[in-house]
Design a protein around this ligand. Structure first.
Ligand SMILES: [Zn+2]
Length: 104
């Protein structure tokens, strides 16, 4: 693993999301996040690239805040996240197909 090639020096250190990893749905090799697009405070789109040179798959995935497990001590009044203890969210939240956004 080479850390030297990490050039994520855009705006400080809040790029922890890029440490996430997932596997390529095609070849099951590890994939890396190349770019993250913050759509809203609760929804981020991630561009993954398969690390298997023979595959080369690049895709867009979504990262969505689902539930609060431990409440914030500095809550933002504009941010409303369901608590785990509450019943399931209303079906309004499920009506929108979040994965069907244009991939640019
Ligand atoms: Zn692949």
């Amino acid at each position: 693993m080479t850390r030297a090639g990490h050039h994520a020096s855009r705006s400080g250190s809040d790029h922890q999301v890029t440490r996430l990893r997932t596997r390529c749905p095609h070849c099951n090799a590890w994939a890396r996040i190349r770019t993250s697009y913050v759509i809203t405070a609760l929804y981020t789109e991630l561009r993954f690239e398969c690390q298997n040179d023979a595959c080369g798959h690049i895709w867009l995935a979504s990262l969505e805040v689902l539930r609060t497990l431990c409440p914030s001590d500095t809550p933002n009044p504009e941010i409303q996240i369901p608590l785990r203890a509450q019943p399931a969210p209303s079906e309004n939240a499920m009506a929108e197909p979040a994965a069907m956004r244009a991939a640019g």
